[in-house]
Every structure is written in C-alpha cells, then in structure tokens.
Design a protein around this ligand. Structure first.
Ligand code: PMP
Length: 453
C-alpha cells in the first residue's frame, strides 16, 4: 500500500475509531498494524509483511481465511437474496442450517434460535431458561450459577454471569445477582496442594451444597465446556462437566453450554461437550459457526424447553426476543458451507495428528526458566509467564509482560494476543504440522528476545 495512504488511514483510525478492549490513549502511542489481506493461516499488513494468525482472528477462523468455497457460498447467496426479516418469513439457508445443526449437535437439542453474536446467544439462553420456569409457575427460579473466571460475553446478562474481575467488576451496579462457584482450574488447585481429581470433587461438592440450599431459586448453570477461554485458557477435566450434568439433573436446573469459543472442532471434537459425553439443555454457538467469516450465532434448545413456550396465541408464552439481522441468509449460507467443508474434508479426522503434535510439542516450553503451567487440548495450547516459576509468582502487572510478547511477536511474524501473562495459540483447523513447527520456533525466539527463556 502506498505509504501516504497508509499514514492517512492510521491517522484517521486514531481520529475516528474507538477499538474494543483497548485503552485508547495507550493505543495512540503505537503505530498499529493495518491488516490488508487475509489468506489461509496468514494475515498480511499494508507493507506486505506476513503474520501467522495464531489466534484465529479472535478464535473464529476455522478453515483458513478467504477459503474459496466460503467465498463462492457468499457470492451465490448474494446473487439470490441478501437479507430478509426472520419474523413472519423464513428462508432456505436458515431452514437447512437448522436441520443440519440439530443433526450434528449433542442428542436432544432439537430447536434452533438465531441471533448474531456469541454474547447474545448466551443472553437468549438465560432469558429462555428464566421464562421456561416462569411458564411452569416457578417464577422464583430466576438465578444463574457460573464459574469463577468464566466469560460469556459483554452484554449485561452475559456479564452478570461473568467471573473475570478485570472485565466485569466495573459494571457490577448494572448486573443481576448470580451465584459464582469455584473453577476446577487444575493449576490453581495444585498451587494449594490439591490434586486434579480432588479438585473436581471439591468443586462438585461446592455446587451440590449450593443446589441443596438454593435449587428452588436457580434456573440454570452456565458453563464453558472444558476450556475457560477468556478467563485464562483454563483447561479442566471432563469429569467436572459430567458431574455438573448429573447435579443439574438431580436438582432440576438447566445446563447451559456456552460453546461459542470451543465449538466446531477447536478441542479436537466437533463440540467440547462430546469429551464428556453429555447433552446440555441449551447450547450456544457462534464464532466457528460460519467458519469465522460472518456474524451469526444460535441457541439450541431441547423440545422440553421449547414446548413450554408452545401454545395457542397467548402473548405471554411468546419468546419476545429477536434482532434485525436474525437468521441473516448470507451468514446462514456460509455456515452451511462451513459444515459441508467439515464433512467433505473429514476435518475432525484430519486434525487428530496435528492437534496431537501440538499437544506433544507445546510442553517443551516448560523447560524454559520463566514458563510454566503448560496445558492444552485439541488446537488450543497455553502457558504462563512467571517471574519466579518455583514460587508460581507472576511479574508485576505494570511490567505488561504479555503485551511485550504481543509486540515482539509482531516482529517475528506472529499475531498473538496474550491474556495477561498467559501466552496461547488457538489455531485454525487447517494448520499443518509444518506450520506448528514454524509457530513454535517463532514463539521461542520471542521468549528469547524478552529474556524469558
Ligand atoms: N462466550 C464465550 C465462551 C466467548 O469466548 C465469547 C467471546 N470471546 C463470547 C461468549 C461472546 O461472543 P461475542 O464476542 O461474539 O459476543
């Protein structure tokens, strides 16, 4: 790109744009990366420099950027119908996608409700769960349970069930009351001398006690299956999820699985719930639903929940929720094509050797002086930076070590986005073993540059 155009764009970015999760005063001090092209697992900036997209562009991309089949699906749908309202009308892409989603998601999820981002899919699940109990005459069942360090989005309902202090505490006066329970975070428990199995039973005991006391007022338990992503890439055992399913059944509480981040193969199975062999009552999907290309989300529900809303014309039993872009045909067509690519290319089979390789190689970082708590699953791998590894001490926050990793990563051709001092990769499913070698080599060089090796 012409240097003058680039400078003008960067100036206008500073003048007009307010970026998410960004302290803008701080942002203004940097010359930011102007991304101009995305192809496969790479992003290219305005100067033509190439970067590995190791975070799948905020955990969304699945088959690589600019996939020819996805492009063709958009073109085809665009030539037929761009958008139409979804209340009182319906259309083929949404119908076919719903049928397919019911087929591939865990048993018992039979109805598909559309929206357009992950937070809203969670918001919808919370509202559905609450209204379900209302229809059954249990209006006091209006609270939700969530895990410490959980993240379910940024809308007010989703923040009310969020457990990341940094993002959520400022909004406390706006939130509804919910119950927070301990996370089965293996590392945090290990620091207290508690083994993984013991941690799971302690955490389940805590939930049981809460349910015994409060089940009458609890509508649902909302959880990120297996990986608490934004809360620090915490990977916890599937036995916890199995235990939560059992407790929800025993105490008549909805299990709401937020697979917005982990859905569509990222953990090595199509859906993370499959690792535990469980079916939730409500399931939220977004990000990878359209292969990471278009904004779309769904909340799937059981027939039991749906049936409580199903009646002759009675307004109070209607689910009053919907958005202008609900069920957007372009996004639905892309999602359908995404699912066809999964099938045609046997993507879940294809990623088994690559994810195994990633999980074998990533722990090599734990040999480094300042690196520990290496963990991962499927195409996700994470590690923490410590000032004193033996004592489990992190660097002072004002050192902004994770941010230095981000900046140094750019110099090495990596797009990374550490969460505090947690460095992670969240790889597109099309990543090859050779790509993994390259990425790990570059990350190692970043750590050497920052004297963290
Ligand atoms: N749930 C989870 C588990 C997420 O990771 C995210 C986004 N990172 C969301 C919900 C919210 O999705 P969105 O950003 O599309 O609103």
């Amino acid at each position: 790109m012409d240097i003058q155009l680039k400078n003008k764009l960067l100036k206008n970015d500073r003048d007009y744009v307010w970026h998410p999760f960004t302290q803008m005063k701080d942002y203004e001090k940097q010359d930011h990366v102007l991304i101009e092209k995305a192809e496969g697992i790479y992003l290219y900036d305005a100067d033509g420099s190439k970067y590995y997209d190791t975070v799948s562009s905020w955990w969304v991309n699945i088959h690589g950027h600019s996939h020819p089949r996805i492009r063709a699906a958009i073109d085809k749908q665009m030539s037929e119908m761009d958008h139409v309202m979804f209340s009182g009308f319906t259309h083929r892409p949404a119908i076919e996608l719903s049928e397919k989603l019911v087929e591939i998601t865990p048993e018992g999820l039979n109805k598909v409700f559309f929206s357009d981002n992950g937070s809203t899919a969670v918001e919808v699940a919370l509202k559905m769960s609450f209204q379900y109990w209302l229809h059954l005459g249990k209006k006091e069942k209006n609270k939700f349970v969530f895990l410490d360090n959980s993240y379910h989005g940024d809308t007010i309902g989703a923040v009310s069930v969020g457990g990341v202090e940094l993002f959520h505490s400022v909004f406390k006066p706006l939130l509804f009351d919910s119950y927070k329970v301990s996370s089965p975070n293996p590392f945090a428990w290990q620091q207290k001398g508690v083994s993984e199995d013991e941690a799971v039973s302690k955490c389940l005991d805590e939930v049981r006690s809460l349910f015994e006391e409060k089940a009458e007022e609890i509508a649902g338990f909302v959880i990120e299956p297996l990986v608490q992503a934004a809360g620090g890439m915490i990977v916890y055992p599937s036995s916890y999820l199995i235990g939560i399913r059992e407790l929800c059944d025993e105490f008549d509480i909805h299990l709401i699985a937020d697979e917005v981040a982990v859905g569509f193969g990222r953990t090595g199975k199509l859906f993370a719930c499959e690792h535990a062999g469980i079916s939730p009552d409500l399931m939220c999907l977004s990000k990878g639903l359209t292969a990471g290309v278009m904004p779309l989300s769904v909340t799937l529900s059981t027939l039991k929940i749906f049936d409580a809303f199903y009646d002759e014309y009675e307004t109070f039993k209607t689910f009053f929720h919907g958005h202008s872009f609900t069920g957007n045909p372009l996004a639905c067509a892309v999602a359908l094509e995404n699912l066809k690519i999964f099938e045609d290319n046997k993507v879940i089979e294809m990623i088994q050797p690559t994810s195994k390789y990633l999980q074998q190689r990533f722990p090599e970082f734990s040999d480094l002086k300042h690196i520990g708590n290496v963990r991962g699953i499927g195409m996700i791998a994470a590690m923490d930076i410590f000032e004193d590894k033996a004592k489990g001490l992190n660097y002072a926050t004002n050192k902004r070590t994770g941010y230095q990793v981000y900046l140094t990563g750019l110099k090495h051709g990596l797009i990374m986005r550490p969460l505090g001092d947690t460095i992670y990769v969240w790889l597109p499913l099309c990543t090859t073993i050779d790509d993994i070698d390259q990425i790990l080599y570059k990350i190692n060089n970043v750590l050497i540059d920052l004297e963290l090796a």
